[in-house]
Design a protein around this ligand. Structure first.
Ligand code: C2E
Ligand code: MG
Ligand code: MG
Ligand code: MG
Length: 277
Protein backbone atom coordinates (compact mmCIF):
# COMPACT_ATOMS: atom_id res chain seq x y z
CA UNK A 1 0.00 0.00 0.00
CA UNK A 2 1.33 3.36 -1.09
CA UNK A 3 1.78 6.20 1.38
CA UNK A 4 -0.22 9.06 -0.03
CA UNK A 5 0.10 11.60 2.76
CA UNK A 6 2.64 13.77 1.00
CA UNK A 7 0.82 13.76 -2.31
CA UNK A 8 -0.88 17.15 -2.78
CA UNK A 9 -3.68 15.90 -5.02
CA UNK A 10 -4.95 13.39 -2.50
CA UNK A 11 -8.11 14.31 -0.61
CA UNK A 12 -7.14 13.65 2.98
CA UNK A 13 -10.77 13.72 4.02
CA UNK A 14 -11.63 10.83 1.72
CA UNK A 15 -13.93 8.44 3.52
CA UNK A 16 -11.92 5.34 2.68
CA UNK A 17 -9.34 5.75 5.41
CA UNK A 18 -7.70 2.42 4.65
CA UNK A 19 -6.28 3.97 1.48
CA UNK A 20 -4.91 7.13 3.02
CA UNK A 21 -2.29 7.85 5.63
CA UNK A 22 -3.31 11.10 7.26
CA UNK A 23 -0.66 13.70 8.14
CA UNK A 24 0.73 12.99 11.58
CA UNK A 25 -1.24 15.03 14.06
CA UNK A 26 0.64 15.79 17.22
CA UNK A 27 -1.70 16.38 20.11
CA UNK A 28 -2.67 14.93 23.48
CA UNK A 29 -4.62 12.10 21.91
CA UNK A 30 -1.97 10.94 19.44
CA UNK A 31 0.82 11.14 22.03
CA UNK A 32 -1.35 9.16 24.43
CA UNK A 33 -1.93 6.48 21.81
CA UNK A 34 1.78 6.42 21.00
CA UNK A 35 2.62 5.88 24.69
CA UNK A 36 0.11 3.01 24.93
CA UNK A 37 1.35 1.43 21.72
CA UNK A 38 4.96 1.77 22.87
CA UNK A 39 6.03 3.86 19.89
CA UNK A 40 8.41 5.97 21.95
CA UNK A 41 11.96 4.65 21.91
CA UNK A 42 15.14 5.91 23.51
CA UNK A 43 18.28 6.47 21.43
CA UNK A 44 21.71 6.89 22.97
CA UNK A 45 24.70 8.99 22.01
CA UNK A 46 28.07 8.31 23.67
CA UNK A 47 29.97 10.97 25.55
CA UNK A 48 33.76 10.78 25.26
CA UNK A 49 36.73 11.95 27.34
CA UNK A 50 38.53 13.94 24.64
CA UNK A 51 42.00 13.45 26.15
CA UNK A 52 41.82 9.67 26.64
CA UNK A 53 39.10 8.58 24.20
CA UNK A 54 37.31 6.82 27.05
CA UNK A 55 33.52 6.57 26.96
CA UNK A 56 32.12 8.17 30.09
CA UNK A 57 28.42 7.72 29.47
CA UNK A 58 25.49 8.12 27.11
CA UNK A 59 22.90 10.82 26.57
CA UNK A 60 19.35 9.50 26.23
CA UNK A 61 17.46 11.12 23.32
CA UNK A 62 13.80 10.42 22.77
CA UNK A 63 12.36 9.28 19.43
CA UNK A 64 8.82 8.60 18.28
CA UNK A 65 8.88 5.58 16.03
CA UNK A 66 5.66 6.00 14.07
CA UNK A 67 4.45 2.94 12.14
CA UNK A 68 3.50 5.01 9.07
CA UNK A 69 5.51 8.20 9.39
CA UNK A 70 8.81 6.76 10.58
CA UNK A 71 11.14 8.21 13.20
CA UNK A 72 10.01 11.57 14.56
CA UNK A 73 12.51 13.87 16.26
CA UNK A 74 11.85 15.55 19.63
CA UNK A 75 11.64 19.07 18.18
CA UNK A 76 8.34 17.96 16.66
CA UNK A 77 6.61 16.63 19.77
CA UNK A 78 8.41 17.67 22.98
CA UNK A 79 6.83 21.14 23.12
CA UNK A 80 3.37 19.60 22.65
CA UNK A 81 4.03 17.09 25.42
CA UNK A 82 5.16 19.99 27.62
CA UNK A 83 1.92 21.86 26.96
CA UNK A 84 -0.29 18.82 27.61
CA UNK A 85 1.62 17.69 30.72
CA UNK A 86 2.56 14.39 29.09
CA UNK A 87 6.23 15.32 29.34
CA UNK A 88 6.22 13.89 32.87
CA UNK A 89 5.28 10.42 31.65
CA UNK A 90 7.79 10.66 28.81
CA UNK A 91 10.61 11.74 31.14
CA UNK A 92 9.87 8.82 33.47
CA UNK A 93 9.90 6.48 30.50
CA UNK A 94 13.28 7.82 29.35
CA UNK A 95 14.76 7.58 32.85
CA UNK A 96 13.52 4.01 33.45
CA UNK A 97 14.57 2.81 29.99
CA UNK A 98 17.90 4.63 30.15
CA UNK A 99 18.83 3.22 33.56
CA UNK A 100 18.07 -0.32 32.41
CA UNK A 101 20.17 0.24 29.29
CA UNK A 102 23.15 1.67 31.15
CA UNK A 103 22.99 -1.05 33.83
CA UNK A 104 23.00 -3.67 31.10
CA UNK A 105 26.33 -2.41 29.74
CA UNK A 106 28.25 -1.12 32.74
CA UNK A 107 28.31 -0.49 36.47
CA UNK A 108 30.11 2.83 36.16
CA UNK A 109 29.00 4.68 33.00
CA UNK A 110 26.77 7.72 33.42
CA UNK A 111 23.36 8.44 31.92
CA UNK A 112 22.46 11.95 30.77
CA UNK A 113 18.77 12.78 30.54
CA UNK A 114 17.13 15.94 29.20
CA UNK A 115 14.74 17.56 31.65
CA UNK A 116 12.12 20.05 30.55
CA UNK A 117 12.01 23.30 32.50
CA UNK A 118 8.25 22.71 32.79
CA UNK A 119 9.08 19.83 35.13
CA UNK A 120 10.53 22.27 37.65
CA UNK A 121 7.17 23.72 38.60
CA UNK A 122 6.36 21.09 41.23
CA UNK A 123 7.94 18.27 43.23
CA UNK A 124 6.85 15.38 41.04
CA UNK A 125 10.19 15.26 39.22
CA UNK A 126 12.05 14.88 42.54
CA UNK A 127 9.73 12.09 43.66
CA UNK A 128 9.93 10.28 40.34
CA UNK A 129 13.74 10.44 40.11
CA UNK A 130 14.25 9.29 43.70
CA UNK A 131 11.74 6.45 43.34
CA UNK A 132 13.19 5.19 40.06
CA UNK A 133 16.79 5.34 41.33
CA UNK A 134 15.76 3.44 44.44
CA UNK A 135 13.81 0.84 42.46
CA UNK A 136 16.81 0.08 40.22
CA UNK A 137 19.47 0.68 42.90
CA UNK A 138 20.96 3.30 40.60
CA UNK A 139 23.35 5.80 42.17
CA UNK A 140 22.07 9.35 41.41
CA UNK A 141 25.73 10.39 41.01
CA UNK A 142 25.64 8.45 37.73
CA UNK A 143 22.74 10.51 36.40
CA UNK A 144 23.26 13.86 34.74
CA UNK A 145 20.17 16.01 34.37
CA UNK A 146 20.52 18.32 31.37
CA UNK A 147 18.55 21.55 31.55
CA UNK A 148 18.42 24.32 28.97
CA UNK A 149 18.45 27.93 29.98
CA UNK A 150 14.95 29.22 29.65
CA UNK A 151 12.92 32.09 30.97
CA UNK A 152 10.57 29.63 32.66
CA UNK A 153 13.39 28.33 34.74
CA UNK A 154 14.66 31.72 35.70
CA UNK A 155 11.17 32.90 36.67
CA UNK A 156 10.80 30.74 39.62
CA UNK A 157 12.33 30.29 43.07
CA UNK A 158 10.82 26.85 42.84
CA UNK A 159 13.33 25.76 40.18
CA UNK A 160 16.21 26.79 42.40
CA UNK A 161 14.79 24.86 45.35
CA UNK A 162 14.14 21.74 43.26
CA UNK A 163 17.56 21.74 41.62
CA UNK A 164 19.30 22.33 44.94
CA UNK A 165 17.40 19.39 46.43
CA UNK A 166 18.31 17.13 43.48
CA UNK A 167 21.94 18.14 43.78
CA UNK A 168 21.88 17.30 47.49
CA UNK A 169 20.56 13.86 46.55
CA UNK A 170 23.65 13.40 44.37
CA UNK A 171 22.28 14.05 40.88
CA UNK A 172 24.61 15.94 38.53
CA UNK A 173 23.22 19.02 36.78
CA UNK A 174 24.29 20.13 33.33
CA UNK A 175 23.42 23.41 31.66
CA UNK A 176 22.58 22.34 28.10
CA UNK A 177 23.03 24.43 24.93
CA UNK A 178 25.06 26.96 26.89
CA UNK A 179 25.24 30.34 25.22
CA UNK A 180 21.93 30.17 23.39
CA UNK A 181 19.43 30.81 26.19
CA UNK A 182 18.38 33.63 28.45
CA UNK A 183 20.37 34.98 31.34
CA UNK A 184 23.12 32.40 31.42
CA UNK A 185 25.16 34.31 33.92
CA UNK A 186 22.54 34.83 36.60
CA UNK A 187 21.53 31.18 36.34
CA UNK A 188 25.08 29.98 36.57
CA UNK A 189 25.53 31.94 39.75
CA UNK A 190 22.24 30.95 41.38
CA UNK A 191 21.87 27.30 40.45
CA UNK A 192 24.02 24.34 41.58
CA UNK A 193 25.19 23.15 38.15
CA UNK A 194 28.08 20.70 37.92
CA UNK A 195 28.64 20.79 34.15
CA UNK A 196 28.41 23.24 31.30
CA UNK A 197 27.55 21.96 27.83
CA UNK A 198 28.76 24.09 24.95
CA UNK A 199 26.06 24.42 22.30
CA UNK A 200 26.62 22.77 18.95
CA UNK A 201 26.09 26.05 17.09
CA UNK A 202 29.53 27.17 18.31
CA UNK A 203 31.15 23.79 17.79
CA UNK A 204 30.00 23.18 14.21
CA UNK A 205 31.27 26.64 13.20
CA UNK A 206 34.51 26.73 15.19
CA UNK A 207 36.69 25.71 12.24
CA UNK A 208 35.46 28.53 10.01
CA UNK A 209 34.72 31.20 12.60
CA UNK A 210 37.31 32.72 14.90
CA UNK A 211 34.43 34.30 16.84
CA UNK A 212 32.99 30.87 17.62
CA UNK A 213 36.42 29.74 18.80
CA UNK A 214 36.67 32.82 21.04
CA UNK A 215 33.22 32.20 22.52
CA UNK A 216 34.22 28.60 23.22
CA UNK A 217 37.56 29.59 24.73
CA UNK A 218 36.01 32.14 27.08
CA UNK A 219 33.18 29.79 27.99
CA UNK A 220 35.75 27.16 28.96
CA UNK A 221 37.58 29.72 31.12
CA UNK A 222 34.33 30.70 32.78
CA UNK A 223 33.51 27.05 33.48
CA UNK A 224 36.94 26.42 34.91
CA UNK A 225 36.76 29.40 37.22
CA UNK A 226 33.36 28.21 38.45
CA UNK A 227 34.62 24.64 38.92
CA UNK A 228 32.30 23.15 36.29
CA UNK A 229 33.02 20.17 34.07
CA UNK A 230 32.84 20.98 30.36
CA UNK A 231 31.35 19.03 27.49
CA UNK A 232 30.88 20.06 23.87
CA UNK A 233 28.05 18.81 21.66
CA UNK A 234 27.98 18.72 17.86
CA UNK A 235 31.52 17.40 17.26
CA UNK A 236 31.23 16.39 13.62
CA UNK A 237 34.89 15.91 12.61
CA UNK A 238 38.38 15.34 13.98
CA UNK A 239 39.27 19.04 13.62
CA UNK A 240 36.57 19.97 16.11
CA UNK A 241 37.59 17.20 18.51
CA UNK A 242 41.25 18.26 18.40
CA UNK A 243 40.44 21.98 18.55
CA UNK A 244 38.24 21.54 21.60
CA UNK A 245 40.82 19.41 23.34
CA UNK A 246 43.47 22.07 22.67
CA UNK A 247 41.19 24.68 24.21
CA UNK A 248 40.88 22.46 27.30
CA UNK A 249 37.39 21.05 26.85
CA UNK A 250 37.38 17.71 28.66
CA UNK A 251 34.37 15.86 27.25
CA UNK A 252 32.53 15.77 23.94
CA UNK A 253 29.89 14.09 21.85
CA UNK A 254 28.83 14.27 18.22
CA UNK A 255 28.49 12.50 14.89
CA UNK A 256 32.29 12.20 14.67
CA UNK A 257 32.16 9.61 17.46
CA UNK A 258 28.65 8.27 16.91
CA UNK A 259 25.15 9.31 15.96
CA UNK A 260 22.38 8.67 18.46
CA UNK A 261 21.62 4.92 18.18
CA UNK A 262 19.06 2.50 19.55
CA UNK A 263 20.09 0.30 22.47
CA UNK A 264 21.24 -2.65 20.37
CA UNK A 265 23.36 -0.51 18.04
CA UNK A 266 24.83 1.35 21.04
CA UNK A 267 26.04 -1.92 22.53
CA UNK A 268 27.66 -2.95 19.25
CA UNK A 269 29.25 0.51 18.91
CA UNK A 270 30.61 0.36 22.48
CA UNK A 271 32.26 -3.03 22.05
CA UNK A 272 33.89 -1.88 18.78
CA UNK A 273 35.06 1.35 20.40
CA UNK A 274 36.50 -0.41 23.44
CA UNK A 275 38.03 -3.11 21.24
CA UNK A 276 39.88 -0.55 19.13
CA UNK A 277 41.43 1.29 22.05
P1 C2E B 1 20.06 18.42 23.07
O1 C2E B 1 19.83 17.85 24.41
O2 C2E B 1 20.90 19.65 22.97
O3 C2E B 1 20.64 17.24 22.20
C1 C2E B 1 21.58 17.41 21.17
C2 C2E B 1 20.95 17.27 19.82
O4 C2E B 1 21.99 17.38 18.84
C3 C2E B 1 20.27 15.93 19.55
O5 C2E B 1 19.16 16.18 18.69
C4 C2E B 1 21.35 15.16 18.81
O6 C2E B 1 20.84 14.12 17.99
C5 C2E B 1 21.97 16.24 17.99
N1 C2E B 1 23.36 15.94 17.66
C6 C2E B 1 24.20 15.04 18.21
N2 C2E B 1 25.41 15.07 17.65
C7 C2E B 1 25.37 16.01 16.69
C8 C2E B 1 26.33 16.51 15.74
O7 C2E B 1 27.48 16.10 15.67
N3 C2E B 1 25.90 17.50 14.90
C9 C2E B 1 24.63 17.99 14.95
N4 C2E B 1 24.29 18.94 14.08
N5 C2E B 1 23.70 17.55 15.84
C10 C2E B 1 24.08 16.58 16.68
P2 C2E B 1 17.76 15.48 18.95
O8 C2E B 1 17.97 14.08 19.40
O9 C2E B 1 16.90 15.75 17.75
O10 C2E B 1 17.18 16.28 20.18
C11 C2E B 1 16.89 17.64 20.10
C12 C2E B 1 16.53 18.20 21.44
O11 C2E B 1 15.33 17.64 21.93
C13 C2E B 1 17.57 17.89 22.51
O12 C2E B 1 18.65 18.79 22.36
C14 C2E B 1 16.76 18.08 23.77
O13 C2E B 1 16.68 19.45 24.10
C15 C2E B 1 15.38 17.62 23.32
N6 C2E B 1 15.15 16.25 23.84
C16 C2E B 1 15.58 15.07 23.35
N7 C2E B 1 15.16 14.04 24.12
C17 C2E B 1 14.45 14.60 25.13
C18 C2E B 1 13.76 14.07 26.29
O14 C2E B 1 13.73 12.86 26.58
N8 C2E B 1 13.13 15.00 27.10
C19 C2E B 1 13.18 16.34 26.85
N9 C2E B 1 12.54 17.17 27.70
N10 C2E B 1 13.82 16.85 25.80
C20 C2E B 1 14.45 16.01 24.94
MG1 MG C 1 20.91 17.41 25.98
MG1 MG D 1 22.34 20.49 23.77
MG1 MG E 1 19.56 21.42 22.06
Amino acid sequence: QKLLADHPSVDLHATDHTQVVKPLSIDHESIDAAIRQQQFVVYYQPQIELFTGEVIGFEALLRWQHPQHGIQLPELFIHVAEDTGQIEALTEYVVVTGIQFIQSISSTLCLSVNISAKSLHNDRLIMMLEQVCQRFAFDPARMILELTETATMLDTQQAERILTHLREQGFKLSIDDFGTGYSSMSQLAALPFTELKIDKSFVTTMEASSKSRKVIASTLKLAESLGLETIAEGIENSMAAIGLRELGCRFGQGYFFARPMDAAASKVWLSHWNGQR
